[in-house]
Design a protein around this ligand. Structure first.
Ligand code: SF4
Ligand code: SF4
Length: 105
């Protein structure tokens, strides 16, 4: 998948944080497809933060305790601009025939 087009994942500040006091142990975050969480003593913990998909916030949306938060998206978008990641991702999507090379083709 293109996503960061080679830019180091650990330089992108996007990962979940759990407020342990709010966690009600519902387990919904354990459904994360990226296996970011571990289950420890009846609650979830963030075990692999940089495996989180940049921009995803599904677990926060479904968290019954509203215990999961993410950093501000502004700095992430600034990296995308600075590193031309949007342009590179689009080029790769065209190469993979997932989108046409130009609108209306
Ligand atoms: S935001 Fe998405 S990828 Fe990241 S931990 Fe939550 S469900 Fe997993
Ligand atoms: S989804 Fe929220 S409340 Fe449920 S286990 Fe995960 S952090 Fe705790």
């Amino acid at each position: 998948m293109p996503w960061l087009t080679g830019f180091p994942r650990k330089e992108v500040p996007w990962f979940p944080t759990i407020d342990a006091k709010k966690c009600v142990g519902c387990g919904m975050c354990m459904n994360c497809g990226k296996n970011v969480y571990d289950w420890v003593e009846g609650k979830a913990v963030v075990a692999r933060p940089y495996d989180c998909a940049v921009g995803c916030s599904t677990c926060a949306a479904l968290c019954q305790g509203k215990a999961i938060s993410f950093p501000e998206v502004g700095p992430v978008r600034a990296i995308y601009v600075r590193e031309k990641i949007w342009t590179k991702v689009k080029e790769q999507l065209v190469e993979q025939s997932k989108i046409p090379s130009q609108e209306g083709e």
